[in-house]
Design a protein around this ligand. Structure first.
Ligand code: S3P
Length: 430
């Protein structure tokens, strides 16, 4: 399916975005590992989180879903032996976090996924989980999925992942819950800390310093969890406001956990007019974010900043096309291992729209500002690329056609309705 977006639009209005995907995955997994009944409101409506619920159901976890809550009956650290292969769809978070959660259990589980997931690197979790004592087999060879996990009898380790990855950190911590002794992860740069926060909320002993996390084994207790709006979804609309003249967009109830809100700081550094009002300072803080059309300027983005805005780097590159001067993004090589090779796909799509982008091994050099012109672009079945191109299309002249549109369901099924609410003419077609 394709989508068409008419350009030269002003975005204005107030919206709420779907529940945070990362927090929803973790709420479901920690709830399933807990003792007692967990109730989650604001659960993400994404296909990725539906994959996590589906896999948990096949592991014997009883889950009920109604309009306001997802309710999970915890298995107190012990899933059932599934009868079939489990399917994680497009979701690497499902595969990596669940591989970790399963690793201490005496069961044998194979997890597969769609074509994109079968190309995602799993060596990064196979190594630490194997060091802890699990048997994890790459059925695809070379560290690629499907993965077969034969769990049981783990010991805690101290481990420094060679890449900054919240999924790797979380897989190790979840495995550490059922290991003997403590587990420690030392990160290259701090990444999103939702797993640490939710486990602490569930009574597990987790200690964090800047980039070191230490966890003591234990069974989490059940939670009542309110998931805030997804800042990675909100970022599209906020970016649209900053690059489309005359725009003002307000997004309420968005998660503003500092380990996750790097995009807001980068945008401000570029001169972005962004206001944040904290409305809830609970264990996952929330706020109301307002973005306005801004006179942006080029900047230099370093690896540490990339780690806190890993899913928003493509949007930063879009902002850079409208900013005065040169923007250099470094240390973003991990983007080559996402749902698509996001460095190459972003560079080729933005160039088609008329931007001056040089793709480098680990980032971009972008010269701005430039006049974007509508074109047909390919997001390579990657939800975030499809939505980034839709935002670019709203700022461009003429009409932008985006291929593979159906993939937006992976994270933000309501994106078209929200864009229309803000005044963008966007249509789905053949
Ligand atoms: C995620 C971590 C990031 C991010 C992904 C979600 C998470 O992946 O890109 O969308 O929920 O932990 P990596 O850990 O591979 O960087």
């Amino acid at each position: 399916m394709k989508a068409t977006v008419k350009g030269k639009k002003t975005l204005s209005g107030k919206v709420r975005v779907p529940g945070d995907k990362s927090i929803s995955h973790r709420g479901a997994i920690v709830g399933a590992l807990a003792r007692g009944t967990t109730k989650i409101s604001g659960f993400s409506p994404s296909q990725d989180c539906a994959s996590t619920l589906d896999v948990l159901g096949k592991l014997g976890v009883s889950i009920s879903i109604d309009e306001s809550f997802v309710q999970i009956e915890g298995k107190a650290g012990r899933f059932n032996q599934p009868k079939e292969k489990l399917h994680a769809g497009n979701s690497a978070t499902t595969m990596r976090l669940l591989a970790g959660a399963i690793a201490p259990m005496p069961i044998r589980v194979t997890i597969t996924g769609d074509d994109s997931l079968l190309r995602r690197p799993m060596g990064r979790i196979i190594e630490p989980l194997s060091l802890m004592g699990a048997k994890v087999i790459s059925e695809g060879g070379g560290g690629f999925p499907p993965l077969t996990i034969e769990g049981g009898n783990l010991r805690g380790i101290e481990y420094s992942p060679p890449q900054a990855s919240a999924q790797v950190k979380s897989a190790i911590l979840l495995a550490g819950l059922g290991a003997t002794g403590k587990t420690r992860v030392r990160e290259l740069y701090p990444t999103r800390d939702h797993t640490e926060r939710i486990l602490r909320q569930a009574g597990v002993e987790v200690f964090q310093s800047e980039n070191v996390v230490t966890l003591h084994p234990g069974v989490p207790r059940a939670l009542e969890l309110e998931v805030p709006g997804d800042i990675s979804s909100a970022a599209f609309l906020l970016a649209g406001a900053m690059i489309c003249p005359g725009s003002t967009v307000e997004v309420s109830d968005v998660g503003i956990n500092p380990s996750r809100s790097g995009f807001l700081e980068i945008a401000r550094k570029m001169g972005g007019d962004i206001e944040v009002e904290v409305t809830d300072s609970g264990f996952e803080p929330k706020g109301r974010i307002t973005a306005r059309y801004s006179a942006l300027k080029g900047t230099r983005i370093e690896p540490r900043e990339v780690a806190r805005a890993i899913d928003e780097v493509m949007l930063v590159s879009l902002l850079a096309t409208q900013a005065q001067g040169t923007t250099i993004i470094e240390g973003a090589g991990e983007l080559r291992h996402k749902e698509s090779d996001r460095l190459s796909a972003t560079a080729s799509g933005l160039k088609k729209l008329g931007a001056r982008v040089e793709e480098r091994e680990d980032g971009f050099v972008i010269e701005g500002p430039c006049e974007l012109r509508g074109a047909q672009v390919d997001p390579y079945k990657d939800h975030r690329l499809a939505m980034m191109f839709a935002i670019a299309g709203a700022a461009a002249s003429g009409v932008t056609v985006i291929n593979d549109w159906e993939w937006i369901e992976v994270s933000y099924p309501n994106f078209v309705a929200d864009m229309r609410k803000l005044g963008v003419e966007i249509n789905r077609g053949e």
